[in-house]
Design a protein around this ligand. Structure first.
Ligand SMILES: Nc1nc2c(c(=O)[nH]1)N[C@H]1C(S)=C(S)[C@@H](COP(=O)(O)OP(=O)(O)OC[C@H]3O[C@@H](n4cnc5c(=O)[nH]c(N)nc54)[C@H](O)[C@@H]3O)O[C@H]1N2
Ligand SMILES: Nc1nc2c(c(=O)[nH]1)N[C@H]1C(S)=C(S)[C@@H](COP(=O)(O)OP(=O)(O)OC[C@H]3O[C@@H](n4cnc5c(=O)[nH]c(N)nc54)[C@H](O)[C@@H]3O)O[C@H]1N2
Ligand code: SF4
Ligand SMILES: [Mo]
Length: 789
């Protein structure tokens, strides 16, 4: 197969776009799809994606409209790219692994690794070997099983899950891990919406969103906080367009004026193709990084004070009295919020907050949506608690058109949690497993992603199994994580495509290739389907349509079932073969273990599936007090010492998490390069830097370890003062492992304190050190390389 070279670094910057989607989005989706596979396969995937009898989009977790109300093209540009990145015709074969040593592969970019195509057969790296070599499935399972059985304690193994995994395989994986004897089930949620789960579980009794698509459509006011839907949840713009058409308003709170927050041209509608599109945002609050807690504290103070002035006219006392606890303390704390603090933390003029407050007073039904701009901060959990306070105060929880909406990332990340992939599942779930399967799951909590890395690094964890995802690139502190991975006795990854987690591996390493969402899955001659749960708790089927990428692939269900059998034998006696043969038998077990899944097989057979009940919408709050909980949260804001910036590590338009498809970020006007750092022009000037200058990003953390990302170029950009933005995963090296959100342990990927050093300056400093060592003369000054914008 032809090798795909890295795009040449060739930065071009133009003005950020004022609108999202429209015709260019369709063109880009088709261009990428056709670069991967044939027009016929592209047509097949695109006709089936998100259709009731079709393939669930492997992209984000945004829900589909009810069956019968879907468009023929019920997908976005990025969904089309993701599915055809999976449906690619390119293949990674045993010859490929013979030609490329692991060291050579490790030198390649993440882009290059992904572009090689689909994995086709199981591979092993033996201790001391330089290359992966083929291995049969049975031997691969025996090797992994022996590795697991050879540990001193089951807690020396980690079972990582990424949110692409379907419900059936996720349920079996957690069953296997617990039958084996550990709750070590870290997942991508640990790095994503963990702060949402922590805050919502404590205050509302369930860690999920409470709204439906219909609620969004009929809300009076929708907040979109710390989220970039134009890129990351593109069909959310269709929903917000509908909100607008029904007379609702949208408020966006962001450190960047993202294109998708401003105006949307719906490519499925004539007016979106030809016209100006829909203004999405009625008010944009260009907030400082980490200022969201202060913003909601300010709104809460205003609500409480307005109600103090005219009791009963602002707050929903009937709701507060009947359904909540802790109001008096919350109100008292809110009255003390300092305006000086609020204005400093948000960087917003008082008039903008006043205008926002007027909108709030004018809205009976309010929804707050949020994503990584909120969860990945040190104070992500208190920020979300304060959002809950804000909604509870006017009774905006539990009724139509109102509620909490944490917008999930991966297509089945919410489902994987529902299935029990969590290191801290409640005892009631473990008891249900025991009743159903007749063994006692371990009760002590397992390790999450960050603690799992620490355990590997310290030699307390020795075997790592990753099912989907790219652990090495998704996690913080890349240098530390890589050491941790390389220190393992055995690492194994169930994957569709090659990635960094295969090149940074343990002493023995396995690549276990699997079917993707788009592949047809036949077991014992019978076509199987899998199920997923989206961000709004809709559960439905997904059926692959393409011939499998290789005859030697196994499904994820089959891999987990066979590994479990190889490891556990019949202790405990569980029907792993039956589970593999007929996924319906797995669903029967889920129906008996997981609340809300009664009659699972029958209800999921209906096109479009069913929606899990959210007790919050019946005013049933399963918290410690049995009521929705108001909380008191201390004011806090990130401290940014002079000469520093707070870096957020985020996604470009042309990437899916750790994998980038092209070095472009179309809506932000950046093309041809990813090692760029977006900085406010006034901050650039203050730092004595020019637009387009070559800099290293150096993170500042109290452990004294140097974390440096080299060779970035500054781009003068309208980000809020004091903040900078650069792409993940190139910048993960800068996020200290110990820098996590309070309570949730989520890495602070949106709040990394950095300084910018001229690349030339760094070289000069290095040269000076070298000179001091060798007492030789310093060479000619290279300065910073010439660059024109
Ligand atoms: N195309 C595409 N789609 C995706 C993904 C992908 O990689 N590519 N990933 C999926 C996954 S797993 C997830 S979790 C979601 C992520 O979806 P997002 O959360 O939208 O993803 P990020 O790119 O991390 O963007 C964070 C947003 O928060 C803003 N922000 C940063 N800091 C702050 C702050 O302090 N306050 C406020 N108010 N705003 C802030 C940033 O400017 C940016 O707009 O997307 C999912 N969908
Ligand atoms: N600095 C920084 N770090 C972050 C973030 C950030 O904003 N900034 N975001 C965090 C977030 S929100 C998340 S969710 C994580 C994402 O972390 P992960 O979910 O671990 O990463 P992905 O890039 O989605 O994983 C891509 C790989 O999944 C495999 N894959 C794809 N489809 C399938 C499938 O159907 N089955 C199987 N078995 N494998 C498949 C492919 O081999 C592919 O290479 O990253 C986190 N890390
Ligand atoms: S919005 Fe998300 S789920 Fe929908 S088509 Fe786009 S990527 Fe797929
Ligand atoms: Mo995510």
């Amino acid at each position: 197969m032809g090798s795909i070279e890295d795009p040449v670094d060739d930065l071009k910057v133009t003005a950020p776009k004022a609108w999202a989607a429209g015709v260019p989005a369709v063109t880009h989706a088709l261009e990428y799809s056709l670069s991967q596979t044939s027009p016929r396969r592209t047509a097949l995937t695109l006709l089936n994606i998100n259709q009731a009898e079709g393939i669930d989009c492997p992209g984000c977790a945004w829900p589909e409209p009810p069956a019968g109300k879907r468009h023929l093209n019920e997908y976005c540009e990025n969904g089309a790219k993701h599915i055809n990145d999976e449906a690619t015709s390119r293949r990674v074969t045993r010859e490929f692994f013979r030609e490329h040593s692991i060291a050579q592969l490790d030198d390649k970019s993440d882009y290059w690794l992904n572009q090689q195509g689909r994995l086709t057969e199981p591979m092993v790296k033996r201790p001391g070997a330089t290359h992966y070599e083929p291995i049969g499935w049975d031997e691969a399972f025996a090797l992994l099983a022996a590795g697991l059985r050879g540990l001193d304690s089951p807690d020396e193994a980690l079972f990582y899950v990424s949110g692409r995994l379907n419900n059936e395989a996720a349920f079996l994986l957690q069953l296997f891990a617990r039958a084996y004897g550990t709750n070590n089930l870290p997942d991508c949620s640990n790095m994503c919406h963990e702060s949402s789960g922590s805050a919502l579980g404590e205050t509302l009794g369930i860690g999920k969103g409470s709204v439906s698509l219909d609620d969004i459509h009929h809300s009076d006011l929708v907040f979109v906080v710390g989220q970039n839907p134009g890129t990351n949840h593109p069909r959310m713009l269709t929903a917000l367009e509908e909100t607008k058409r029904n007379g609702g308003r949208v408020v966006a709170v962001n450190t960047l004026p993202e294109a998708g927050l401003m105006r949307f041209k719906n490519p499925q509608k004539a007016r979106g193709v030809a016209g100006r599109g829909t203004e999405i945002t009625d008010q944009f609050l260009h907030i400082r990084a980490g200022g969201d807690l202060a913003l909601f504290q300010a709104l809460n103070r205003m609500l409480v004070e307005a109600d103090d002035a005219a009791p009963g006219s602002v707050l929903d006392h009937a709701f507060i009295d009947a359904h909540t606890s802790g109001f008096a303390d919350f109100a008292e704390q809110s009255r003390k919020v300092s305006w000086d603090d609020v204005l400093a933390a948000t960087g917003l003029p008082r008039e903008e907050i006043d205008a926002l407050f007027d909108r709030v007073l004018g809205a009976r039904k309010i929804i707050v949506c949020w994503a990584m701009g909120v969860t990945q901060h040190k104070h992500g959990v208190p920020t979300i608690r304060e959002i809950v306070n804000f909604l509870l105060a006017r009774g905006n929880v539990g009724r139509p058109g109102a509620g909490v909406c944490p917008v999930r990332g991966h297509s089945n990340v919410q489902g994987d949690r529902t299935m029990g992939v969590w290191e801290r599942m409640p005892q009631s779930f473990l008891d249900a497993l025991e009743r159903e399967f007749g063994f006692r799951p371990p009760a002590h909590h397992g390790l999450d992603a960050v603690d799992g890395i620490r355990a590997m690094h310290e030699g307390r964890a020795k075997v790592f199994l990753g099912v989907a995802g790219n652990f090495v690139r998704a996690t913080p502190d890349s240098a530390v994580t890589e050491e941790a991975m390389r220190g393992c006795r055995l690492t194994a990854h169930v994957s569709t495509k090659l990635n960094r987690s295969h090149t940074v591996c343990g002493d023995t390493a396995l690549i276990l290739p699997t079917l993707g969402r788009s592949d047809r899955d036949i077991q014992g001659g019978v076509e199987q389907f899998v199920t997923v749960e989206d961000s709004m708790s809709d559960v439905h089927a997904s059926r692959g349509k393409l011939p499998p990428a290789s005859p030697d692939l196994l499904s994820e269900v089959a891999i987990v079932a066979r590994l479990a059998r190889a490891t556990l034998g019949d202790q405990p006696a569980l029907p792993w073969e039956e589970f593999e043969r007929d996924y319906g038998t797995v669903r029967d077990r889920i129906a008996r273990v997981v609340p809300g899944f009664e009659d699972f097989n029958a209800r999921v057979a209906v096109p479009g599936g069913f929606t899990l009940p959210n007790p919050v919408n019946a005013y049933d709050f399963r918290t410690a007090s049995g009521k929705a909980q108001f909380t008191c949260n201390d004011f806090t804001m990130p401290e940014i010492p002079a000469g520093h910036l707070l870096l957020q590590t985020l996604r470009s338009h042309d990437q899916w998490n750790t994998i980038w498809y092209a070095p472009n970020d179309r809506y932000r006007g950046i093309r041809g390069a990813r090692r760029v750092v977006l900085v406010n022009p006034d901050d650039l000037a203050g730092l004595g830097l020019r637009d387009g200058e070559s800099v290293d990003l150096v993170s500042v953390w109290h452990d004294g370890r140097e974390r440096r990302a080299e060779g970035f170029r500054t781009v003068s950009y309208p980000t809020s003062r004091g903040s900078a933005a650069a792409y993940y995963p190139e910048t993960n090296v800068l996020v200290p492992l110990d820098s996590v959100a309070d309570i949730s342990n989520c890495p602070t990927s949106k709040g990394v304190l950095v300084r910018l050093e001229r690349t030339g300056a760094a070289r000069k400093a290095a040269a000076r050190t070298a000179a001091a060592w060798t007492a030789a003369a310093v060479g000619p000054d290279e300065g910073s390389p010439a660059w024109d914008a």
